[in-house]
Design a protein around this ligand. Structure first.
Ligand code: WTA
Length: 650
């Protein structure tokens, strides 16, 4: 199999779109031409064509106060109406919006008319709970239809949602609630994961004990049927409130720059950043890319993006992009291997999925299990595959195309970030020749470049730092409550160019290859984690004197968290076994931040490699963690230290 793949890689570095695919493709060369001719007019045109504006805009971009962009700012629209009511008004009310599949095998089909109805009821319930325009609502839910309903109900009112991934701990939830000063939390008693109910409401209760106290009400969906404590002054059941609320709700329009959501993501410092997105520009680019990158034909496609709504991919490509485009999609609650390793493929077969969007880490796990598992299912409905979250290695790309896609359908590798809001770099299926391993080219209307460290553009072939050279519609509008940090993080390095934090290389054809983060952000299974955040969690443990965390490359998860910890001298005598300490610290990080941040390994050491100025040399620790020969140690204060540390790891 591997030899076959290597052979394929040598032979075919590029795949032409098939004439049949190209003939029916949504995208065409003309998009690039239009965007090149007049970039702003191109976006204005997309905004007018793809969205319904209650008040048309006359200004496209205001960049008079960089880095604070305003797009379509004198226009008005309602984001939820764009995702729901207008499709019903257009006679598409009976089209299925969501084929929802619960992990235990229960399922629900929800049409656009039903979804609109439910969102109106939820909006009325939120009004009863005092939610008004501009208020923040935290959403901490499993992948159930109510997650989508909640986001849209908040958006409908012009309130701002902050979705917190259900795997985050009470501490992480509390700090996000406090930072945004949320007044309501929407959660569930619990949800299904790996065949069991994982509790959510108890985590919310714990978070609210720790939080500063902005939350007035907790709206609770019944899903897991697990026991929960009830605070009658604060807690409200969804099935008692939303179900009985009126389904009449007249949505009003908001300005295009009205805030839509905050989504927290890890940065280089310990504290997660609340990335702020607004309405008109965000929805324009989410809808545009969803339609053109995934070749969406809403009348016949069944689309499935496997991301959780707790991440940006779930915001833009489960909720806003697909629903703005009137797509029919699958929403799946659980894990890929429950109750059997073919569960995803069973779902593809059951619903006749035509477009699948997932992460390389998932593809690599399936590769390990072998092709016989997907081959037990009929996957012939698939006609387009997408990848996001980290670089997809050519071997995984080829496997995805052959084993899942049957060998001839397009695979699009899409590069973007929480901050960019929507896809920035990707091939257009049916138009671009595909090249495994490369994200390839900026989407029409997006200006990307590669700069060297001094800010000089790398001409032709070569590597450097990835930047966006022009503002784009779905760009972040700031970091919640911290405009200075927004400027420092993204704009200080290169002036008016957006610094993405990724390294990239341009090849001889002009295609872009992403090389991973250049800062202290790790990418574990496509999820962003900050080394600083995990280090501060480790040093918060009473046993820890000092900690250094690195992202070590990992065959399945892309990177894995590896920590090096020095224990406090006063504690060493209490710790009988380094293994025990290491287990305890792994558990501690999972409890403090969430299971996704649990280190793969915690090494207990006596020293850390430092430069003369006291800076930890993570590069050397990464060499150790990846089992490589340790690199250049000449700048270390004590050059023998690496031998001491390596000896301790043996
Ligand atoms: C990485 C996820 C290579 C990158 C949408 C980026 C990728 C970070 C790709 C953003 C890709 C995402 N190829 N790397 N196709 N897509 N990344 O904010 O390092 O969770 O900066 O957004 O993931 O992660 P985030």
């Amino acid at each position: 199999m591997n030899a076959q793949i290597d052979h394929a890689l040598e032979e075919i570095r590029r795949f032409r779109p098939s004439p049949e695919f190209a003939a029916q493709a949504v995208a065409d060369e003309g998009l690039y031409d239009a965007a090149r001719t007049d970039r702003l007019e191109f976006w204005a045109d997309q905004a007018r064509t793809l969205l319904q504006w209650e008040k048309p805009f006359t200004r496209t971009l205001d960049w008079s106060n960089p880095p604070f962009a305003k797009w379509f700012d004198d226009g008005e629209l309602n984001v939820a109406v764009n995702c729901l009511d207008r499709h019903v008004d257009a006679g598409l009310g009976d089209r299925v919006a969501l084929h929802w599949e619960g992990e235990p095998g229960d399922s629900r089909d929800i049409t656009y008319a039903e979804l609109t109805d439910e969102v109106k009821r939820a909006a009325n319930t939120l009004i009863d709970l005092g939610v008004r325009e501009g208020d923040r609502v935290a959403i901490y839910l499993p992948m159930i239809p109510e997650a989508v309903v909640s986001m849209l109900a908040v958006a409908r009112l012009g309130a701002i949602h902050s979705v917190v991934f259900g795997g985050f701990s009470a501490d992480s939830l509390a700090s996000r609630i406090d930072d945004a000063e949320a007044s309501v939390v929407i959660t569930a008693d619990g949800g299904y994961r790996k065949g069991r109910v994982f509790p959510l409401k108890p985590v919310v209760d714990e978070a609210l004990e720790k939080s500063a106290g902005s939350v007035r009400n907790v709206l609770v969906v019944r899903r897991g049927e697990n026991e929960v404590d009830w605070n009658a002054d604060r807690d409200v059941w969804w099935h008692e409130s939303v179900a009985t609320a009126s389904n009449e709700h007249e949505a009003r329009a908001f300005e295009a720059e009205h805030p839509l959501f905050i989504l927290y993501t890890s940065g280089t410092t310990g504290k997660p950043k609340g990335i702020l997105h607004t309405s008109g520009g965000y929805l324009t680019q989410a809808a545009f890319t969803h339609r053109n990158v995934f070749d969406l034909h809403p009348e016949r496609d069944v689309y499935w993006c496997t991301a959780d709504v707790g991440w940006i991919t779930g915001h833009s490509y489960v909720v806003y992009g697909p629903l703005a485009n009137g797509a029919t999609q699958v929403l799946y609650e659980g894990t890929p291997d429950t109750p059997h390793p073919g569960r995803w493929w069973e779902i593809v077969e059951k619903y006749g999925v035509t477009i699948l969007y997932t992460a390389p880490t998932a593809i690599r796990s399936f590769m390990k299990l072998g092709r016989q598992i997907p081959h037990e299912f009929n996957l012939r409905t698939l006609r387009l595959l997408g990848s996001v979250g980290e670089p997809i290695n050519p071997e995984a790309w080829i496997w995805y195309r052959h084993v899942i896609g049957g060998g001839s359908i397009p695979v699009v590798d899409t590069w973007w970030q929480t901050e960019t809001g929507a896809i920035m770099i990707s091939a257009l299926p049916g138009v671009t020749d595909l090249k495994p391993g490369s994200a390839q080219v900026p989407v029409p209307g997006i200006s990307i470049d590669i700069l060297d460290d001094d800010g000089t553009a790398v001409e032709g072939e070569g590597g450097g730092l990835l930047v966006a050279t022009e503002p784009w519609p779905s760009m972040l509008r700031g970091i919640w409550g911290d405009p200075e940090r927004f400027k420092e993080t993204y704009w200080e390095k290169f002036g008016d160019k957006y610094f993405a934090g990724d390294g990239a290389r341009r090849d001889e054809d002009g295609d872009i290859w992403l090389l991973g983060r250049v800062d202290d952000v790790m990418n574990v299974s496509g999820h962003r984690l900050s080394t600083a955040e995990i280090e501060s969690s480790l040093v918060a443990h009473p046993w820890t004197a000092e900690a250094a965390v690195v992202g070590a490359s990992d065959e399945t998860t892309g990177q894995a968290v590896v920590a090096f910890v020095i224990l406090k001298a006063s504690q060493v005598s209490h710790v009988n076994d380094p293994m025990e300490a290491s287990e305890e610290l792994r558990r501690h990080v999972a409890t403090q931040i969430g299971a996704i941040a649990r280190p793969r390994q915690v090494f207990i050491v006596n020293e850390l490699p430092k430069t003369r100025s006291g800076k930890i040399m993570r590069r050397l620790l990464r060499d150790l963690a990846e089992g490589r020969e340790v690199g250049d140690t000449t700048t270390l204060a004590d050059t023998s230290i690496m031998e001491v540390i390596s000896a301790q790891l043996r």
